[in-house]
Write a protein that binds this ligand. Structure first.
Ligand SMILES: [Zn+2]
Length: 444
């Protein structure tokens, strides 16, 4: 019985690491030649650097290959063929899927996939779902209209692929979705952390339904770092009486890492499908040892229509010290994606990752889930305002909460804050990805 299998792919997921490395090198050579021979963009980039497919013999050689950034993708798609541009490696008629990035800044990037690529998406998501305990008997609710964005489409097809049942919950509003989950006794769902908390709040405050009374026992998160921030994860798990698992992926990369049932404090990189390199952001050297943070350079080893070869993702990650107790040999990244190289900003000369503020706010049981951070200037000096909501019935504790919050924030971020307390339910709510961090200082 497939249901009794511990791993989706028992061979690849437990392959000794030196064998995975060998496989990665072989696959890399193949995808590099593919991009070199078929994409005008890649060919130009590599010719300029003086690198040909025959030059790649080791991981050292790979490190000399120029990286590709998202900003280049926008230039690529201005070229022919419309609308994808000159990184396309297949004739247009072989493209079967159109997707676009969901980033909130700048022009979205269009992504072409062939049917084979699409199978690959579903397969990579099947690893995720299986590792998080999804089995054919599950009924999975997806509370989103997927539109042109890839994440939940791929999750949808993977649910079908592993033999479970999928309920697409698009178009419906939040209350209707909760009723559908209740009526169909859905056992799992996939959503952004913002929406997982928002749904629980709606169920409790507007419908008198305790989400724990529903049958949802697994929640797969995507799109935001929350499921790897311990205090946010705890809030979600307690609200739903369910296990909450993280996963990370991107339209132009693929679904490259996932948390498993062991919840060992990190995410497994799917090393059979992706080559992840961690690069020191200052020196550019490759970081092999655990515990040192850098930005991720990633290659999707099998993706064909629009290849992802040494893509500079700007995600900040680090290798974990210990292997995972689940027995998978795919390496773990500790604490998931801990930030992005371009959203870690300097405030009063101190580096600030918004996720550190989230960890503090969500760790306090007297505060509601929502918060907002505004960085601006008071004269020449940076000022951070943190807006939080105090829970009903806890208003009397405001002085104590204020002192505790200031202490915790100082400890975790080395900065002082201007705190603004709001009534529960008055800060803006978001349906998918939240925009809680606003930098109003302007660019210099
Ligand atoms: Zn594991």
């Amino acid at each position: 019985m497939i249901s009794e299998q511990k791993y989706w792919n028992p061979v690849l997921e437990t392959l000794p690491h030196e064998k995975i490395r060998k496989l990665q090198l072989e696959k890399f050579k193949k995808i590099f030649s593919w991009a070199y021979e078929r994409s005008r963009f890649h060919r130009g980039l590599y010719e300029k650097a003086g690198i040909k497919p025959g030059d790649i013999r080791s991981f050292e050689d790979i490190r000399r290959i120029p990286t590709v950034e998202k900003s280049m993708m926008r230039g690529i798609q201005l070229k022919d063929p419309f609308p994808y541009g000159d990184a396309l490696c297949v004739p247009l008629e072989e493209v079967s899927e159109f997707r676009q990035t969901s980033g909130t800044t700048g022009q979205p990037v269009y992504q072409a996939d062939t049917w084979q690529d699409w199978e690959w998406w579903a397969e990579s998501w099947a690893y995720i779902l299986w590792a998080q305990g999804y089995r054919p008997k599950d009924r999975v609710f997806i509370p989103f209209g997927y539109n042109v964005f890839v994440a939940f489409w791929a999750g949808h097809y993977a649910v079908e692929k592993i033999g479970a049942e999928v309920v697409p919950g698009g178009v419906l509003d939040t209350q209707a979705r909760i009723l559908k989950i209740q009526e169909l006794q859905c056992t799992a769902m996939m959503a952004t952390p913002t929406y997982v908390l928002g749904m629980a709040d709606t169920a409790k405050s507007k419908m008198g339904i305790d989400p724990r009374s529903l049958a949802i026992r697994k929640i797969t998160c995507a799109g935001e770092p929350g499921a790897s921030i311990p205090s946010t994860k705890k809030r979600m798990e307690e609200a739903w009486g369910a296990k909450v698992y993280d996963h990370a992926g991107a339209t132009e990369i693929g679904a490259w890492c996932f948390e498993c049932e062991a919840q060992a404090g990190g995410l497994h990189v799917n090393e059979a499908f992706f080559l992840v390199e961690i690069q020191d952001t200052k020196t550019g050297e490759t970081i092999e040892e655990p515990g040192r943070r850098g930005k991720m350079i990633i290659t999707a080893l099998d993706r064909e229509a629009q290849p992802c070869v040494r893509f500079d993702s700007k995600d900040i990650i680090e290798w974990a010290q210990e292997p995972c107790p689940c027995g998978r040999s795919f390496r773990l990244i500790k604490g998931g994606v801990v930030g992005r190289a371009d959203d870690i900003t300097k405030v009063k000369g101190v580096l600030l990752a918004p996720s550190a503020i989230e960890e503090v706010v969500r760790g306090m049981d007297s505060l509601a889930d929502e918060f907002e951070v505004i960085v601006d200037k008071e004269g020449d000096i940076d000022r951070i305002t943190l807006k939080i909501e105090i829970l009903k019935g806890r208003e009397d504790e405001r002085k104590r909460i204020e002192a505790q919050l200031k202490d915790q924030l100082r400890l975790k971020t080395n900065l002082g804050y201007n705190l603004e307390f709001h009534d529960h339910g008055t800060l803006p709510r978001y349906d998918v990805k939240a925009k809680r961090f606003k930098d109003l200082r302007g660019k210099h």
